[in-house]
Ligand binder design. Structure first.
Ligand code: TYD
Length: 426
């Protein structure tokens, strides 16, 4: 059986760690009563030993630097290590390599505790079979690589963003790929013996497994009555997913394509008061048919997470419930538009129609649907509740009256759970 191994450096290759490092440096400076380090100073922070930085970059005495290091480490252990971001495309690349039968490992200058915590926290541990971390006694990369390289490995690679990774790989006799998205320059990587340069994470999959196929992304939708806070929550969810390395794309319905946006104008313009209910439902479905084919399916096929502000469920709630066309009729009318394309998860921001009305009236001009009477919105709300009871597994329901940070936390937790589970499934 072929045994191919790829080893990755952690900081600067799988994850970008500067945010946590900088926050801890600022915190330690503040607690020690020193002025906040500026951007230029912080840039020099990544790399040298902490004591050196506190002394030379902030002007502390040896004794102060030792105390500052303690404060720094306390914060780093508690929160700093998670103020990290998985680089875009890393998840898809790791999945594709695993699917190609390649074994994966992590070789890092970080101690084992935080390395495991970070890999666990970001759901990367499931891809990794071996970990080799620096100890106080041995930190050289070639030694770290040799200590995890199986004797029967037929092919092995080291992927890293600094010269130490490339030099270590060369000395350990493995192939080398320079990760140009990290902290080192292409020149540094080549000079240190990089055989290949990967400009983004996916390029690693193409070098190791030529012709590798990108794993599918996911389609998510956000639903709720007008004024339920969808836009804010879309932004907050996106930031949280991006921290995990998911590549997120936004879209909306009606709209999301040039044709869809034209249909949106027709639908929402208050000049079109004579529009019949069936025309309205068909126009939403027509915009959706275009959107599914032009945007949603291509994004998912390219490995991205497409997060859509409203989808089919809006039609069921607004046209099926609000306009009283009925749930089944609206679903039938949309069957051709969506075929089998349905969201993996739908987030529902639960807000009763009266609060929604109060929030809407406080906002700017109302569109044709928003301007509808209270009974209409009460039926829309009911429509959503019927949908949720029909599809409990697809829905994540959150109370939209809670504090927005709390809502965002709840949503991210549940959505991430689903996305990470889907990665494991295949
Ligand atoms: P939206 O863009 O959410 O407007 P806003 O952000 O101003 O609330 O949606 C536009 C309107 O279209 C909204 O009132 C809901 C309605 N709508 C339907 O009636 N059916 C549908 O299928 C969709 C997608 C939206």
């Amino acid at each position: 059986m072929s045994s191919r191994w790829v080893f990755f450096d952690l900081d600067g290759t799988l994850t970008r760690s500067e945010e946590g490092i900088w926050n801890c440096a600022r915190y330690a400076a503040q607690r020690m009563g020193f002025p906040q380090p500026d951007g230029e100073t912080l840039k020099q922070w990544i790399g040298p030993p902490l004591i050196w930085s506190f002394r030379n970059l902030l002007g502390m005495t040896e004794k102060q630097a030792v105390r500052a290091q303690e404060i720094y480490r306390e914060r780093y252990t508690a929160v700093g290590k998670f103020e990290n971001q998985v680089y875009p495309g890393v998840r898809g690349m790791l999945r594709a390599l695993r699917a190609g039968g390649v074994h994966l490992g992590v070789v890092t200058g970080k101690p084992e505790g935080p390395t495991r915590d970070i890999l666990e926290h970001f759901g990367l541990m499931k891809f990794v079979e071996r970990i080799s971390c620096a100890t106080d006694a041995r930190a050289e990369k070639d030694h770290l690589i040799r200590s995890v390289l199986p004797e029967d490995a037929e092919e092995a690679w080291m992927v890293g963003d600094r010269r130490f990774d490339m030099e270590g790989g060369v000395q350990a006799g493995v192939r080398t790929i320079g990760a140009a998205w990290g902290y080192g320059t292409e020149e540094e990587l080549r000079d240190a013996g990089a055989q290949y340069i990967a400009r983004d994470a996916w390029a690693v999959a193409e070098i190791v497994c030529p012709g590798a196929r990108r794993p599918e992304g996911a389609f998510l939708s956000m639903e709720g009555l007008d004024g339920s806070g969808k836009s804010t929550q879309m932004e907050m969810l996106t930031r949280n997913l991006e921290r995990f390395g998911f590549e997120v794309e936004h879209s909306r319905e009606p709209g999301g394509t040039p044709i869809g946006e034209k249909i949106r104008e027709l639908l929402l313009s208050r000049e079109n008061g004579e529009m019949t209910d069936v025309t309205e439902a068909l126009l939403y479905a027509a915009a959706r048919a275009q959107h599914v084919r032009e945007r949603i399916r291509p994004a998912v096929a390219a490995g991205r997470v497409l997060l859509c502000d409203r989808f089919l469920d809006s039609s069921v709630a607004y046209q099926g419930g609000g306009r009283q066309l009925g749930v089944d009729r609206v679903l039938a009318l949309n069957a051709e538009a969506v075929e089998d394309t349905l969201p993996m998860v739908t987030i529902y921001l639960d807000l009763d129609h009266r609060t929604s009305l109060a929030r809407r009236s406080a906002a700017s001009e109302l569109d044709r649907l928003e301007a509808e009477k209270e009974e209409f919105h009460a039926r829309v709300e009911q429509g959503y509740h019927e949908l949720i009871s029909r599809n409990p597994d697809r829905y994540v329901v959150v109370d939209a009256r809670k504090d927005r940070e709390e809502i965002a936390r709840e949503i991210s937790e549940k959505v991430l759970e689903r996305l990470l589970a889907a990665e494991e499934a295949g």
